[in-house]
Design a protein around this ligand. Structure first.
Ligand code: UD1
Ligand code: UDP
Length: 387
């Protein structure tokens, strides 16, 4: 892997005449996955000069996505450090991004979703008085601390944005309730479906990416867990519950868990699940094999936002390790169930799905409410009109 300074493309600094300059800002794995389709359609369109600035709030997990979608950064703040606080990330990203926006003077800055990079990018655009587009706008739980800090990052970014690209009618309604003018809200679907469909179609051989001794003839339970609200006791309860079920159902169940790079998550996963022969703790997977892994799984247990949106498109039941979700559409469609994050509720939720075929089939046959796989093109065409 090249060092960050070598990965940055050499591009002319001047704005190309007659083209609208768009600066796409992101920094974590999920933002990169969901912005990648947009980077690609904008860069392929002669009406736009599309540039990419990454904070690299994530490093390895971001780089995996950049490689998968064959996109590169024009600016890379290379910010990831172990043990940073939210304030550290916010302050670093804000200063770094403001300087980039001042240098680039784009016609619009695009941020995505709800991370600290998102909020910092939005604020930096505001300080530079550059118009802001918010991709995946309008998701809400109504609870300031769940997800934390994402709910507030999203609300504040919504206050700063000029163009709101809402994935669903539900998110549009949330924005209307927050007094956003209707003419600035555009319902586009979620670009994650674009990313997923493009990736799943191209296929891949899981054995090339996973060298753990997974018995693929058994039922696969895919587990991911990384959220701040679950750090500590809740995560301990979640991993204990999964371990207990894996031990009991050793003859029929294999658990595959790509473990987030966060050391807090890794230590607990290793302590509570590391020595179970049918639980496979593996490194974060590149997006292509991860999509394939979702598609071959029997069920998915996760606290991820993106996975909640992707799995319904693959017809996979999802049990969500949270008390509330800002993505109620798939719950309403019947393909996602919230099972909370306590040992008891997780234990009960997973057991029900593994033992009750009726419940399983109802969840596996529900529809994807998050879009038709063309969200990036809709956003591109809206930008062409409004800029
Ligand atoms: C961040 C986002 C969260 C998003 C998640 C997706 C914030 C506050 N949080 O949470 O909204 O859901 O990304 O995964 O913006 N690390 C590595 N390598 C990597 C990535 C992370 O080593 O490639 C480790 C580092 O020790 C880092 C830690 O993970 O300090 C946590 O990363 P951070 O971006 O602070 O928070 P996430 O929990 O990843
Ligand atoms: N993902 C991946 N490899 C993995 C785990 C997840 O590519 O090992 C993808 C997943 O398909 C989804 C995104 O990463 O698109 C979700 O990222 P994460 O759970 O870190 O963040 P969240 O969605 O919770 O913000």
């Amino acid at each position: 892997m090249l060092p960050p300074e070598k990965r940055v493309k050499q591009m002319p600094d001047k704005k190309m005449p007659d083209k609208k300059k768009v600066l796409l800002v992101f920094g974590t794995r999920p933002e990169a996955i969901k912005m990648a389709p947009l980077v690609r359609v904008l860069q392929a369109d002669e009406r736009f000069d599309a540039r990419v600035a990454v904070t690299a709030q994530h490093r390895e997990m971001l780089d995996q996505v950049m490689e998968c979608f064959d996109i590169s950064a024009d600016h890379d703040l290379n910010m990831m450090k172990h043990g940073q606080t939210l304030s550290d990330i916010t302050a670093g990203a804000l200063c770094g991004l403001q300087a980039i926006i001042a240098e680039e003077r784009p016609d619009v800055v695009l941020v995505h979703g709800d991370t600290t990079t998102t909020l910092a990018g939005a604020l930096a655009a505001f300080y530079e008085k550059v118009p802001l587009g918010h991709v995946e706008a309008g998701l809400r739980t109504g609870d300031k601390f769940a997800p934390y800090p994402e709910e507030m990052n999203r609300c504040l970014t919504g206050q700063l944005a000029d163009y709101h690209f809402a994935p669903t009618e539900t998110s549009r309604d949330n924005l209307l309730r927050a007094q956003v003018a209707a003419q600035n809200i555009f319902v586009t679907g979620n670009t994650v479906i674009d990313a997923l469909l493009q990736t799943v179609e191209s296929g891949c051989d899981l054995a090339e990416y996973i060298d753990a001794p997974v018995d693929w003839s058994k039922k696969i339970l895919l587990l991911t867990c990384h959220r701040r609200e679950n750090w500590g006791e809740p995560m301990r309860g979640i991993f204990r519950a999964v371990r207990e079920i894996a031990d009991e159902m050793a003859d029929e169940l294999q658990v595959v868990c790509p473990v987030h790079k966060n050391p807090l998550v890794r230590e607990l996963a290793a302590e509570l699940m590391g020595d179970a022969p049918n639980i496979h703790l593996i490194e974060p997977l590149e997006y292509r094999p991860f999509s394939k892994l979702m598609s071959v799984s029997h069920l998915i247990v996760t606290d991820s936002g993106g996975v909640q949106e992707e799995a319904p498109a693959l017809g996979k039941p999802v049990l969500v390790l949270r008390e509330v979700t800002e993505r109620p559409e798939a719950v309403a469609a019947g393909t996602v169930r919230l099972i909370g994050n306590s040992y008891d509720s997780v234990n009960e939720g997973i057991r029900l799905l593994l033992t009750d075929a009726g419940v399983y089939n109802a969840m596996a046959n529900a529809a994807n409410p998050y879009g038709d796989g063309h969200a990036a093109e809709y956003i591109r065409d809206i930008l062409a009109k409004v800029l």
